[in-house]
Design a protein around this ligand. Structure first.
Ligand SMILES: *[C@@H]1O[C@H](CO)[C@@H](O)[C@H](O)[C@H]1NC(C)=O
Ligand SMILES: *[C@@H]1O[C@H](CO)[C@@H](O)[C@H](O)[C@H]1NC(C)=O
Ligand SMILES: *[C@@H]1O[C@H](CO)[C@@H](O)[C@H](O)[C@H]1NC(C)=O
Ligand SMILES: *[C@@H]1O[C@H](CO)[C@@H](O)[C@H](O)[C@H]1NC(C)=O
Ligand SMILES: *[C@@H]1O[C@H](CO)[C@@H](O)[C@H](O)[C@H]1NC(C)=O
Length: 948
């Protein structure tokens, strides 16, 4: 920079001075004498200006950096710094007493040697909304002896809050919030509470206070006006008298999900309270009527607090309220009219409760209402006309209720968010929607609209980001040519469309596209490759009529791809491997040929690989890598051959492995027994052979619930040692297993299983579903009685083998058993009486054996017919026509001729009869639990194939 002209001379002098200071900065004694103006200048020079250091930040309470600009950019070195933007000087002494550089684009660290600390007279310091590069809050901040207001919020400080903060004994207001996990330790906290006796405002939102005892808040001075500890990881009990601090105006304890307040005070609330956020704090008592006393309250958030009971009418007394949320509680009963008459309300959230009944017919007030969320309740009736007349409405969410009828035309055009999905609305879609030029979110899914939807209607909605019209009974006219430049998510699933919507052609911002369950036919168009090339992460085209070879998709960010249930032919292009983030790949139920691409098996990201029911051949690539993330591998119903690759043992997260109906050979894959999470192992209908032998580890298959090795060429005795250790199957406490389905948020596992003689596709697998199927092999020898320990079993099939000996009476312990098939063996002796006590047994197949004696009677046994027992010469009694003579009936029950599998009493092996209800109705109900039928448009269809 040139030093030309007299105006610049002072400037140059200052620069030289500051350079001098720079070079001598190690001599801090010389620094201490620099003037406040050069200190400021120097401080400014130590940082850089960067717009991205001051991004805007909004919550319902906080608005930060809305209009940020670099205040220091206008600082002119030749002027008195008292005139600089953000600097305040004392009128007489000219000392710098205030510095407000909030949201000024400052970036860089503030070290302890910063000249910021050479402003000894500072009273107010505000550096909020900048980014100080994760530097620590320097202990030097403790030197501002005269500081009354310190705001370092939202400015990328990190680490521990230094104890020196508690030396600022004049401090009235301290704001260190929004610094991403700033750690506050107990000693510092104690000094802050005890030393800073003038403190009235304390804001520490998003700090880590997990080691602080919540009840220490009780020591706060009674003159506190603001306490904001949102998302501070506070845990444990907090007395509700914190709400009785006599001067408190703002109290924010929201999002401390492990904080327990028990109840709200019945009286003595601070009457100044204007802002109260207790969201996600848990309560065990109902909301008290006294909340109606908080006459100054403007903002109330008690969402997700475990409140029950009805919504109190007394809330209608809080006439100053502008913001009210009671979301995600268990509030029940009717909506109180009083809440809808609050005159100043701008946001009302009552969603995710159990509210019933209709909306009020008439309301007063609500002229300022912007946000109305009533979703996920049981509200019903028709939509009243005031709803479409609200003049200021911006967001309306009524989804997940039981509203019926037509919705009227909207009067105002202010809507940005409209969600009417999952109701029973019918009639036409309001034409007025086409005027909402600011609309970003529109979901009309899952209703009963009766008219054809003209996509033309949305042509002016250039701000639309999210559009969901799925699951309606009407069809869509998608023959439109306009573009929606901001569209990111489109769901037209189950809309009866037969072509790809053309307006997607230029949808370069698309991230989510669901066109599943339609009648789209023919080849996947070329342009699909370009659509959302860099943005698309979800593409679902399942259940259509797509044909031809698979398009060479190269969506770089694709995470989910389902094209199942189409008619695709050709090979799986290995180009699919270029998508490095692919997490779910479902190409099942097509006609794909060729081999399984190596790269898929080699992936370190893929979690679900579902290629079942195609015509793939060749061997399974042997390159499963260490540390992969496979959770579900389903290659059922192809023509794969060769042995199983040993590297499958690298799939440490594997839960489902289904290789059924291929031509795979080799011996039993005992080397999978170490997979801790494996729940389903299906290798049925292949060419496996040989004896199963003993496990090689102490706890083989600890989580296995479904084991199907039927239709192979296994021989030798049944693997008693495996039966001994199948831990998940011996779990008696089924009642405590939550009714869950296998899979994850992205993908629900489904499976073909043999159940009660039917081959069924379980579209969802209950986690408790437990079966063993060893049928159609050449196992011989006796059935080990230890199987009686596998109490979780719902189904057991040993049919079509060469088993001999007795049916173990221990089967009477299989109290969850619903089907038992031992037919086509060489079993002898009587049917154990203990089986009568199996409360859920619905299918029993013992035909084609050499069983003798009296068929047990009573309970479930009264429901079985002749077919259960065919071709057992020695059996008699109901339902067979052959009656038993007294000799047969008196034969002693079989004693143990069984294999040596005594386990000793410590195993809790007991013969207790289980008395539970029984009967066909109950059984059917139970069974339905595994299957998921969806009425209307099928999503999770159960496909039944009767093999018999
Ligand atoms: C200030 O301290 C930091 C960190 O200790 C150091 O990197 C920097 O060089 C120092 N600056 C000056 C001007 O001495
Ligand atoms: C303030 O805190 C500091 C550090 O914890 C301590 O040394 C000092 O004695 C305290 N002063 C008062 C007045 O409590
Ligand atoms: C939720 O409320 C019920 C009573 O309504 C209580 O029994 C339960 O303990 C509460 N849960 C929590 C986490 O506070
Ligand atoms: C609410 O206001 C009504 C009428 O003004 C009054 O009768 C009632 O006591 C008030 N309730 C509370 C809790 O303040
Ligand atoms: C609305 O729900 C309530 C309570 O569940 C019920 O009594 C009433 O009949 C329903 N009304 C309509 C119109 O469905």
């Amino acid at each position: 920079m040139g030093c030309l002209g007299w105006k610049n001379q002072l400037f140059c002098l200052l620069v030289i001075l500051s350079l001098l200071f720079h070079f001598s900065s190690s001599f801090s004694s010389s620094l201490s004498s620099i003037s406040p103006c050069s200190a400021l200048l120097h401080f400014n020079h130590s940082l850089s200006l960067d717009l991205s250091a001051s991004p805007s930040y909004y919550t319902s309470r906080i608005q930060m950096c809305d209009n940020s600009y670099p205040k220091t950019a206008s600082w002119k070195e030749d002027k008195d710094c008292c005139s600089w933007d953000g600097v305040v000087c004392h009128q007489t002494t000219r000392h710098v007493i205030g510095l407000d550089l909030s949201c000024s684009w400052l970036r860089g660290p503030i070290h302890s040697n910063s000249t910021l600390f050479f402003l000894p007279h500072l009273r107010a310091l505000n550096l909020a909304g900048n980014c100080f590069n994760e530097s620590l809050i320097s202990p030097e901040f403790g030197k501002f002896k005269t500081l009354t207001h310190l705001n370092l919020s939202y400015s990328c400080f990190s680490g521990k809050i230094p104890n020196e903060i508690s030396h600022l004994s004049s401090l009235i207001s301290l704001d260190l919030s929004l610094n991403n996990g700033l750690l506050i330790e107990t000693p510092v906290w104690k000094s802050v509470i005890h030393n800073l006796t003038q403190l009235r405002e304390l804001l520490l939102d998003q700090s880590d206070m997990s080691s602080i005892r919540p009840n220490s808040l009780m020591n706060l001075s009674s003159s506190f006006t603001t306490l904001s500890l949102n998302y501070c990881k506070l845990q444990g009990k907090l007395e509700n008298s914190i709400l009785c601090l006599p001067s408190i105006q703002t109290l924010d304890l929201g999002f401390n999900i492990n904080l327990d307040m028990g109840s709200l005070p019945k009286s003595n609330w601070s009457s100044y309270l204007q802002f109260l956020d207790l969201s996600s704090v848990s309560f065990s008592e109902k909301l008290p009527d006294s909340i109606g006393n908080l006459k100054s309250l403007k903002y109330l958030d008690i969402s997700n607090c475990n409140f029950t009971g009805s919504i109190l009418t007394s809330l209608g007394n809080l006439t100053k309220l502008t913001y009210l949320t009671l979301s995600s509680n268990n509030f029940s009963g009717l909506l109180p009219l009083s809440v809808f008459n609050l005159p100043n309300l701008s946001s009302l959230y009552l969603d995710n409760n159990q509210l019933i009944g209709p909306l009020p017919n008439h309301v007063s007030g609500l002229l300022n209402l912007k946000d109305l969320y009533l979703s996920s309740n049981f509200l019903n009736g028709t939509l009243p006309s005031w709803l479409s007349n609200l003049p200021s409405l911006v967001s309306l969410s009524l989804n997940g209720n039981q509203f019926i009828g037509e919705i009227g035309e909207f009067k105002s055009n202010s809507l940005k968010h409209l969600d009417l999905s999952y109701n029973k609305l019918y009639g036409s879609i309001p034409r007025s929607i086409s005027r909402f030029v600011n609309l970003t979110y529109l979901s009309l899914s899952s209703n009963n609209w009766s008219n054809m939807l003209e996509l033309e209607m949305f042509s002016k909605l250039k701000n639309l980001v999210f559009l969901d019209f799925s699951n309606n009974l009407v069809s869509i006219n998608n023959n439109v040519t306009y573009t929606l430049p901001k569209l990111s998510s489109l769901n037209l699933s189950s809309c009866n469309i037969s072509e790809f919507p053309i307006f997607l052609r230029i949808a370069t911002t698309l991230q989510f596209l669901d066109l599943s369950n339609n009648r789209i036919y023919g080849q996947v168009p070329k342009w699909l490759e370009d659509m959302g090339r860099d943005s698309l992460y979800f593409l679902d085209l399942h259940d259509n009529l797509l044909q031809g070879p698979f398009p060479t998709l190269s969506f770089l960010s694709l995470e989910y791809l389902s094209v199942s249930n189409n008619k695709l032919t050709g090979e799986i292009p290995s180009l699919i491997c270029n998508t490095s983030s692919l997490y779910v790949l479902d190409l099942s139920h097509n006609n794909l040929s060729g081999v399984v691409p190596k790269c898929l098996v080699h992936s370190n990201v893929l979690s679900v690989l579902d290629l079942r029911m195609n015509s793939l051949h060749g061997t399974i690539p042997a390159t499963f890598s260490k540390g992969n993330h496979f959770r579900n591998i389903n290659l059922n119903g192809n023509q794969l051959e060769g042995p199983l690759p040993r590297s499958l043992a690298n799939c440490r997260n594997l839960e489902v492995l289904d290789l059924g109906s291929n031509k795979i050979n080799g011996t039993f894959p005992y080397w999978l027994e170490g997979l801790l999470y494996l729940r389903v192992l299906v290798i049925r209908s292949n060419k496996f052979q040989g004896r199963i032998g003993n496990p090689k580890t102490k706890s083989p298959f600890p989580n296995l619930r479904i084991l199907d090795i039927s239709n192979n060429e296994f021989n030798g005795p049944l693997p008693i040692k495996y039966f001994k250790f199948l831990k998940a199957m011996t779990n008696v406490d089924e009642g405590k297993v939550a009714l869950k389905y296998m899979g994850d948020g992205y993908y629900q596992d489904s499976l073909n299983v043999m159940m009660k003689g039917l081959y069924i596709e379980l579209v969802r697998i209950q986690t408790v579903f437990t079966t063993i199927d060893f049928s159609n092999n050449s196992f011989r020898g006796e059935i080990p009685k230890i199987i009686g320990r596998l109490k979780s079993l719902k189904g057991l099939n040993f049919s079509h083998n060469n088993l001999t000996g007795y049916i173990p009476p221990s089967f009477g312990n299989l109290s969850n058993l619903e089907w038992l098939d031992l037919s086509f063996n060489k079993l002898i002796g009587e049917i154990p009486k203990q089986l009568v006590d199996l409360p859920w047994l619905e299918v029993l197949k013992l035909s084609h054996n050499q069983l003798t004696g009296h068929i047990p009677f009573g309970k479930q046994f009264n429901t079985f017919d002749n077919d259960s027992y065919t071709d057992n010469q020695g059996l008699c009694g109901f339902p067979l026509s052959k009656t038993c003579n007294s000799l047969e009936a008196k034969k002693p029950p079989p004693l143990t001729l069984q294999q040596e599998d005594y386990l000793g009493p410590e195993n809790g092996f007991s013969w207790q009869a289980i008395s539970m209800g029984y009967g066909c109705g109950v059984i059917f109900g139970m069974l339905m639990g595994y299957l998921m039928f969806k009425i209307g448009k099928p999503k999770w269809i159960v496909r039944m194939v009767n093999l018999e």
